[in-house]
Design a protein around this ligand. Structure first.
Ligand SMILES: [Mn+2]
Length: 240
């Protein structure tokens, strides 16, 4: 399996990215309907964290089979990949209980499918290359990340994969330096009230999986880099 999957330009329709889903596929579908998503021509790229926490985790199989749905692997998805070796108690605290009760044959089936999900995706668009990883790119350039993911040492490779799925370095340091070699990098992993753009890095996990707290799904158009709902241009001061 290649760790970064490349997609050619979509000449027929639009390309969108969406933030963490966490088992809320009905709400995701509603967001797609609002955007007039065309299943015949448009593509949806996901920054991962498809499962855990939400009520519809088992729908993920149906979504992984949609020809227009293309996720990268989030830290929660990685638990599924490592279900036979990971710290189950820790996973359950983080929303993994839906998985634990499944028959073992089903568990293995999930793992086989999830192990095929790439760590990163790059999409050619009319306006340049767009990258997606779940959490962060801790390198200065996309090429450097790709080189590191191709490193011969499996230990080193695993370390770099984990930064892609877990790191919060750029957002915690309000790092405005762009990721070179990309028009934009799109990430999730950090629950936000509004999308945040730092340099050319778009943080779009607006908590569509937490509607009870005002969360909603942001769909980012990868050709125009316009979001729907739109990213507020001014700072909005809000209570809590
Ligand atoms: Mn995450």
């Amino acid at each position: 399996m290649s760790l970064i999957k490349r997609f050619e330009r979509n000449h027929a329709g639009r390309d969108f990215a969406v933030g963490d889903i966490h088992g809320h596929f009905t709400l995701l579908q509603e967001a797609l309907d609002r955007a007039g998503f065309d299943q015949a021509r448009d593509r949806l790229f996901s920054v991962g964290d498809l499962v855990d926490r939400g009520p519809e985790c088992e729908d993920v199989i149906r979504w992984l089979n949609k020809p227009w749905f293309h996720p990268v692997r989030g830290n929660h998805d990685d638990y599924v990949c490592r279900y036979d070796t990971c710290e189950i108690g820790n996973w359950m605290i983080n929303g993994g209980s839906w998985f634990v009760g499944l028959p073992s044959l089903e568990q293995e089936n999930y793992a086989v499918m999830f192990r095929d999900i790439p760590i990163g995706i790059e999409v050619e668009t009319p306006n340049g290359l767009i990258g997606l990883v779940h959490a962060d790119c801790v390198f200065d350039s996309w090429d450097e990340l790709k080189r590191e993911l191709g490193c011969a040492s499996s230990q080193r490779r695993k370390l770099v994969m984990n930064t892609c799925m877990w790191s919060r370095t750029r957002i915690e340091q309000s790092d405005e330096r762009p990721v070179q070699g990309l028009r934009a990098l799109v990430v999730g992993h950090n629950p936000l009230r509004r999308p945040v753009v730092l340099g050319n890095v778009f943080h779009i996990d607006t908590m569509g999986w937490r509607p009870q707290d005002g969360g909603y799904f942001t769909l980012l158009d990868l050709h125009s880099l316009e979001a729907s709902p739109p990213i507020p241009r001014k700072l909005e001061w809000e209570a809590a």
